[in-house]
Each structure stands twice: as structure tokens, then as C-alpha cells.
Design a protein around this ligand. Sequence first.
Ligand SMILES: [Zn+2]
Length: 265
Amino acid sequence: MILTSCCLEKNALPHEKYYDFYYSATYSYNKDTLKIQVKNPLNCPLRFSISSPQKSIAEIVTKFGTLTLKEKSDTILNYYVKANGKISLAFHTLYGDLNKAIRKEKMSLPFPNNKVYKVIQGYNGSYSHNTSNSRYAIDFALNINDTICSADDGYVVGVIKDYNRSGKTEEWFDYGNYITVYHSKSGLFTQYVHLIQNGSFVKVGDTVRKGQPIGLSGMTGYTTIPHLHFNVKRPDEKEGLISTDIEFEEGYKGAELTENTIVKK
Ligand SMILES: [Zn+2]
């Protein structure tokens, strides 16, 4: 019986929920004026939208749709509102500016020089690379504690590092550690997923160079084996970021990196 309860607990989803970055949004209501201040703390554009469970308030605050804030900027919005009692708002964010042109450049393989790794899942992989979020992701067979490097110059805009377990069902998708880097020259984002607990060398706000070690591989989240899930992404209106095709300066096209391909850097 003790064994059963131990293992059920081990396979249960984590109780805690960690977030990749924190932003501030404050609001006050005085003399029929609802004043909202939103702040983008990141070195990348951030899209904000506001909602409210109160129908009359929601109609007013959703009028402007989505607000795109440039890197490290803030704004104040004022609305004329007739409200009885407390106002309740919720804030939602998505990475990236839809109006910024994407200028794709070749990236560097996301691990150190002289390393050789096998691809265990490529583009459109049937296991988990079959949604707009992951269609062009590549899984490299890095082992636990292998070094992960930034694929291009950029800014760290998201880090989750506290998870320590994995599971084989899709509900584990949100419980892995990862780093998100924004590449301002190309407008692309890269994500490095399944890192070991506390395996990030970087924090939100850091500047990174192409090839710089940024963390250690692991097997947290939705996976059954240690590996690096490497995903290049671009802003999308509905989904925030979606997966996009990439080429590597080491001579590989992403589409060529199919299952069992050996990749040398
Ligand atoms: Zn993957």
C-alpha cells in the first residue's frame, strides 16, 4: 500500500505552477475614471489584452483590442466608466509584435562545438510535433546535464526552472522547464525545453550571445526520455507564438533533420 501511494504521488502533476516571466499591471477607479497602467518588463515586444468578468466593464476595456508595447515600455489607459462597487480586471499577454517584419537568418545548433547528437524527432513528428506550436521543433538526444547553447544573439524573456518531474501524457506539457530567448534582429524567438531542475544559467533580462551556454538538458514536462526540444517561433495573432522553419549555419536545413539523423557541430 505504501508503494502504491508513493508512486501515484510521483506520477501526479506538480501542485505548483510556475511562470516564465512576471509583468505588472495596476488599475484604480476614481470619479468615473478607470485608470489602467500596464508595463512591459521584457526586452521583447509584448501584446496585452484586458478582460473583465463584469459584462459592462468588459465591453469598455476590450474596445481597443490588443495593445502592443515595445521593449521595456509602459502605458496608461483611461476609461470613462460608471461602475457600482469594485471593478475586476484580468490581464493577458502574448509575446511579440505582429507588425514587426521577420528577417530569418541562419541559426547555430543549440549545443557546444564539437558535439555530435542524434535527432529523435523532427518536423511534423507524429509523437508531439504536430501542432502549430511545435510543427518545426527538433528533438536532439542530449543527455541529462548536457550543455545547451543559445542559437543566436538575443535577450532572455522567459525562464521556468523549478519543475523536477516528467510524465507521458499531454497534460504534462505545461510542467516542463524551459528558456525563451528573443532575437531582435530576426524578430524570432527560440525555446529550449525539458531542462533539468535549476538548470538555467540565465535569468529574464539577460543578454546572450550566439553559442553561449545557457542551461543544462534534462527531462522535465511532457517527455519520456532526456532530450532537448528546440523550437524556433514567430508571433501569431491567435496563438501568441507559433513554430517556424529554420536553417542552421552548420549547413543543415531544419527539414532535413529527420528522426535518427546524426548532427555534428
Ligand atoms: Zn520535441
